[in-house]
Design a protein around this ligand. Structure first.
Ligand SMILES: C[S@@+](CC[C@H](N)C(=O)[O-])C[C@H]1O[C@@H](n2cnc3c(N)ncnc32)[C@H](O)[C@@H]1O
Length: 184
């Protein structure tokens, strides 16, 4: 899905090429319930809800303005399989179990949220995380490697999009993003 399909606010959004890889790694074709933690604009989970109408999608975001934007987009796309919670992760409420979880933001609670994701995932469930900051990516990799996670894979994606400059064109790069995936 193009970034321009979404109603955009001031919240930073995971760009289309990164979303495509992250959604692929989540293996949602075999999932029934998906959770997007630190959902931001909701672009990852909104796209998932559109592409998989039978998937039950949940998004958690602690900023009210971002949740409002997600709700606007949910209405814009007419999604019936999408719930958004204004909450701080990790949460104490029982959300049930999930087959796939994406962590797009953790606000200093990365390790607690990874532990929470492990508790929430069904056996074999997929976890995908994306990072701009190398330090946070390294912290996650070290922690996941030391844990009981399987099939850990790490990749860096650098995409660029063509823009015009005067009579010519150039490629404007997105931030290089580290994408981590593993399964319970
Ligand atoms: C980089 S943005 C996520 C971008 C998102 N994937 C998208 O495509 O729009 C990170 C988001 O995580 C949220 N966040 C950070 N820590 C959080 C926490 N502990 N609980 C809930 N939301 C959190 C931030 O408010 C921010 O909106």
């Amino acid at each position: 899905m193009k970034d321009s399909c979404f109603i955009r606010g001031k919240v930073p959004m995971t760009k289309a090429p990164i979303r495509a890889v992250a959604l692929d790694l989540l293996e949602l074709h075999q999932a029934q319930r998906f959770l997007d933690i630190g959902a931001g604009t909701g672009s990852i989970s909104l796209q998932a809800a559109q592409e998989y109408p039978d998937l039950d999608v949940y998004a958690i975001e602690h900023k009210e303005a971002a949740v409002d934007l997600i709700k606007e987009n949910r209405a814009h796309f007419g999604l019936k399989n999408y719930q958004v919670l204004l909450a701080e992760a990790p949460m104490t409420e029982d959300l049930g179990h999930f087959d796939a979880i994406f962590i797009g933001g953790s606000g200093g609670k990365l390790l607690e949220i990874i532990d929470w994701a492990y508790a929430l995932l069904n056996p074999g469930g997929r976890l995908v995380l994306t990072f701009i900051l190398m330090e946070n990516a390294h912290k996650a990799i070290t922690y996941l490697e030391a844990g009981s996670w399987q099939d850990l894979e790490v990749q860096t994606l650098q995409a660029a999009t063509r823009k015009t400059m005067g009579p010519g064109h150039y490629f404007k790069p997105f931030n290089p993003t580290t994408i981590i995936s593993c399964k319970k």
